[in-house]
Ligand binder design. Sequence first.
Ligand code: NAP
Length: 368
Amino acid sequence: MEDTLTLPYAAAQAKAPTKRIPVAVLGATGSVGQRFVQLLDGHPWFKLHEVVASERSAGKPYGEAADWRLDTVMPDDAAALPVKPLGVELKSRLVFSGLDSAVAGEAEDDYANRGCVVVSNSRNHRMDSDVPLLIPEINADHIGAVERQQKRRGGRGYIVTNPNCSVVGLALAIAPIERLYGIEAIHVTTMQAISGAGYNGVASYAIIDNVIPYIGGGEEGKIESEPRKILGRFEKDQFIDAPFRISAQVNRVPTIDGHLMTISLGLRDRNFVNVEQVREAIDNFRGEPQHLRLPSAPRKPLHYVDGDDRPQPRLDRDREQGMSVSVGRLRPCPLLDLRMVALVHNTIRGAAGAAILNAELLEAKGLL
Ligand code: NAP
């Protein structure tokens, strides 16, 4: 079944670069930035070389500027790096961005126009007509848009993006079903962890003993638009959206990490729906990162988790170092056709881990 669900893959494992590639992280002091620093520690292909943040942090050693909130010790090499101000000339060509979206749009454009490869988490450029919005297991071929973007910029620089943290979980969970039966309509309700708002994002007094049925910054709009680009086609130099419609309702809940979502799907080919077949398709789903054996690729991007009460954030978010999406409770839906639950680690597979996987794909395809 696997091969009928997949794109034409590269035949062999990707070669490691001869020397580790120096990288910079923009927004390195923030919630996503700290994950970048953590995940790049000991990375076989990339080496953290420069950290960049706001004027508030610039000039200080990273160890002093970053209010480290992760439950591993800050890497010594990173702690010693001086924080550079945004806009400074960088020595690294590969630049990861975890910048606040208020400044990311212009800053990322600026670095790409100077010849950098910017691999971004921020929302600003995701829907641009020549910027790939990548989940490499689904749409690795969308990197074809890079050439057109380089022409527009008149140089070697370009931007690629990864989706909103909830969208990574949603798009991966539905991808095998879209390929099996086609999807017509999606209704999704998210329960999103507080780390998704950044360290200063939600006051503890507001979220403890509570659920907030709203997330600002156009969260529902992102969930309703980004999956259509990701599961759409890249043809004749253009992105063509997948035709399904999405209705999203989002909630902030008092978990630290891991966005949980309940999903109902209306299918195009509804007469042949076989729940067991869908479950197998989810568990057997693989993509380009698995075939290329990229360093951050999970063995399985999707895990079907048995148990009436799974997946759960605390028990399932760290599956495959936080790079796999967990799916469970797949069953018929009395209103639409199928329903299920999905869980994604929002700052790993939903942010920094996703961007690092994207950069590994670019290196494997000779685009760095
Ligand atoms: P955050 O914790 O607030 O961190 C923001 C970072 O941007 C900090 O390093 C901050 O530096 C820097 N920054 C803010 N204003 C700046 C300025 N004027 N000039 C230069 N740097 C500036 O935010 P976050 O949660 O990490 O989110 C970062 C980005 O990733 C956002 O665009 C967000 O939408 C996206 N994202 C987040 C998640 C998630 O789960 N958190 C998931 C996917 C995508 P200082 O420390 O010096 O202020």
